[in-house]
Structure formats: structure tokens, C-alpha cells
Design a binder for this molecule. Structure first.
Ligand code: UDP
Length: 368
């Protein structure tokens, strides 16, 4: 009997590879016609640009084991994510750093002055233990920066008030009192030279693994499997019998142009009255390549319907009870392990997904 893995994203690929190397026969199923899940990249036939089909993916990690793993399969090119934000008719640097603060408040602070300014005149230090996104923002940057950079963007991205979202979402972004505008604070950062789909194909390239695209999972697959690893939506596995967990999906309005359209890879739009959250210009994710033409995506976020691709688990505070019930069902489900961003309903980055998949496969092997 073989191992069945549902979903050909990072979780499925890493678990599949580890078990295949341990001698198991592994079948990886994916309902879509390509590998990589939402990390999928594909070269545009018209422009030659490598497109991040489901939105931008920048690999960043502090985990040496994960970095060694991914770089053993594919060449990574250095990439520094420098995001801009257009707000109220001006362009600022993100994450909020000394440049943002000086530009926004019309100052020439040095790091110490900026820190003192934000802490004494902006931040709401009466919030001792921020619970929500909004509290986290008010505590650390105060209302002016919060309203400019986070409030509108977050309402558009998540479709709800930032007071209903967990503080953990904002904790993804650093606040800096120097001019470092690297969006991430991790030691290792890069993008696979030949794209993410190529990387995942290489991870899955093993004689004990067969991959079945365009193949939705059915109970018959489960019946024939020694064990199933499920990286699809947690509630979807159970036919949403307790109700649906909330996800956000994305719509991309794709357009092409000649030359350089916006001069950077990611331009966020903080204003609430601009309907999209950001515009990504894909050739800037591959600065080592050169292209005459360019491919851009305007990114719109909305509630995920039954036939849409889920991207982000929302994890509203009031969803906790339903999530716990599904987690209990998942725990009790014999012969099935739930993995990844959708399978565990958590806002996981690629590196954490890979680390968890490695651990999950190791634990599986340890008890066999
Ligand atoms: N965010 C924001 N304004 C921005 C960028 C991010 O308010 O200009 C908030 C927003 O709620 C977003 C979260 O911070 O969902 C995490 O941002 P990140 O860039 O990590 O989002 P991702 O690239 O994963 O969509």
C-alpha cells in the first residue's frame, strides 16, 4: 500500500520526498494541472517573464536546515524585498522605517530621535498586551501611521475591521528606526532561479514518487492508502460538515506593458478608496533576468467562495470555536495527517511550511 499525499505544494513535496527516500511508494495527487500549489510560477510565453501565478513569493528564513534543503535542489538567486506603499498621493518605503517616519512626518530624525518621537507622541503605551491587529498597530506605531499604512490595506485584504483580526498578522512586519528597508529580517533570502514549480518538481523527482495532476482526491484513494497526508483545506476534508472556515481568495487583473511599469516589484496601496491592495511587477522578482516587456498584476482580495482557490486563512477571533471542532475531528481521523497552510488553517510562510513538513515526515518514520 502506498502513501497518498494530497496537494503538490511544499508540504506534499517535502513529505513525499522524505518518505520516498525511506523506501515508501508515494502518490502525490493534485486537482490542478500544475505542481507547486499557490507557489506556482510559470514563464509568460508572450514576454518571457517568470510570473508568480498566485501572487508574489519571496523565500526567506532563519532556519539553516530549511535553507540547506531548498538550495540542495535548486539554485537560489539573492533577492531583497523592498516594498513601497502609495498613500494619500505620496510614495513611502515599507516596512515602516526611518525613511517612512521622516517622510511621513516631514522630519529629519536620527534613529534615537525617531524612536523617542514614536514612543512618546504616537504609540499608545496604555495597551499593555495587544490582542488584535489594531491594538498591535496602535501600541507600536500609533494612530497616524496605522491609519495611513495599515488600516485601509488591512480592511481591503481581510474584509473586516482590524480590531477583529489577531495581532499576529501585524507581527509579520518589522518596525525599524534605521534606513533598512528589507521587508524581511531573516538571514537567508532569495528566489529560485528557475522558479518555484521547477524547485518542487525537483523535490518530487524520485523513482518512488508518482505525481497525478488533474486528480481530485476521492475516498477510493484513501481506501487504498497506508496513510494520507492532506494539505487541502481542513474543513474541505470533512465536507465542511460543521460549517465553513473563512478564507480570503485573490483576483488578479493582469496587464502587460513595455519597459518598466512601476520601477519595483511590489507597490502597496494603503488608501481604502483604491479597490486593490497592491500591484506586483513580476520581472522585478528576477532582477538577474532582462526583459523588454513587463507583466503586472493588480491584486484584489475578497471572501473565498465554494469554487474559489483559498489563499489566506482568516482566523477571526470568533472562528476559534469552529476551528477547534475541526482540529478535534482532524486529531481523531485515523490514518490521515493534516499539513500546511490550508490543512492546518494557519498563515504559514514557505519556510515554516517546509520545516513542519520535514518534522512531520520524520515523526511518521520514527513511529513506523
Ligand atoms: N499590511 C498592511 N499594509 C501594508 C502591508 C501589509 O496593512 O502595506 C498588513 C496586512 O494586514 C497584511 C499583513 O500586514 O495582510 C501582512 O503583510 P504581508 O506583506 O506579510 O502579506 P502577504 O504578502 O503574505 O500577503
Amino acid at each position: 500500500m502506498s502513501i497518498v499525499i494530497v496537494g503538490a505544494g511544499f508540504s506534499g513535496a517535502v513529505i513525499g520526498r522524505t518518505l520516498a527516500e525511506a523506501g515508501y511508494t508515494v502518490s502525490v495527487l493534485d486537482s490542478r494541472d500544475h505542481l507547486g500549489g499557490n507557489c506556482h510560477t510559470e514563464r509568460c510565453s508572450e514576454t518571457g517573464v517568470m510570473v508568480h501565478t498566485y501572487g508574489p513569493h519571496i523565500f526567506h528564513t532563519d532556519n539553516q536546515r530549511v535553507w540547506d534543503y531548498v538550495t540542495s535542489f535548486a539554485e537560489f538567486m539573492p533577492y531583497r524585498n523592498q516594498v513601497k506603499s502609495t498613500v494619500g498621493g505620496a510614495v513611502y518605503s515599507l516596512p515602516i522605517n526611518l525613511h517612512t517616519i521622516n517622510q511621513f512626518f516631514g522630519k529629519t530624525f536620527n534613529p534615537e530621535e525617531a524612536r523617542a518621537f514614536v514612543e512618546t507622541t504616537q504609540a499608545d503605551t496604555s495597551i499593555a498586551d495587544p490582542q488584535s491587529f489594531e491594538e498591535q498597530a496602535l501600541r507600536f506605531v500609533g494612530p497616524a501611521l496605522y491609519e495611513a499604512f495599515f488600516k485601509g490595506y488591512t480592511e481591503k485584504q481581510w474584509g473586516c475591521a482590524p480590531s477583529a483580526l489577531p495581532a499576529s498578522i501585524l507581527k509579520r512586519l518589522p518596525l525599524r528606526f534605521n534606513y533598512d528597508d528589507n521587508y524581511f529580517a531573516h538571514r537567508f533570502q532569495g528566489i529560485p532561479k528557475a522558479g518555484y514549480t521547477d524547485l518542487i518538481a525537483k523535490i518530487l523527482d524520485h523513482p518512488n514518487i508518482d505525481v497525478h495532476l488533474n486528480t481530485p482526491y476521492t475516498a477510493a484513494h484513501g481506501a487504498r492508502a497506508a496513510h494520507v497526508f492532506w494539505s487541502g483545506p481542513l474543513d474541505g476534508y470533512f465536507g465542511e460538515k460543521l460549517g465553513r472556515l473563512g478564507y480570503r481568495t485573490l483576483d488578479f487583473e493582469r496587464f502587460t506593458s513595455s519597459g518598466d511599469w512601476q520601477g519595483c516589484a511590489v507597490m502597496n496601496y494603503g488608501d481604502a478608496d483604491v479597490p486593490f491592495t497592491r500591484i506586483t511587477e513580476h520581472k522585478h522578482f528576477a532582477p538577474w533576468e532582462s526583459h523588454e516587456s513587463t507583466v503586472c498584476y493588480r491584486e484584489f482580495s475578497r471572501a473565498c467562495g465554494a469554487d474559489d482557490i483559498p489563499y489566506y486563512p482568516i482566523r477571526l477571533v470568533e472562528e476559534k470555536a469552529l476551528l477547534s471542532q475541526y482540529e478535534a475531528l482532524a486529531q481523531a481521523e485515523e490514518g490521515v495527517t493534516f499539513v500546511g497552510r490550508l490543512g492546518t488553517y494557519r498563515y504559514l510562510d514557505m519556510d515554516v511550511t517546509i520545516a513542519e513538513a520535514m518534522d512531520c515526515a520524520d515523526e511518521f518514520l520514527a513511529v513506523r
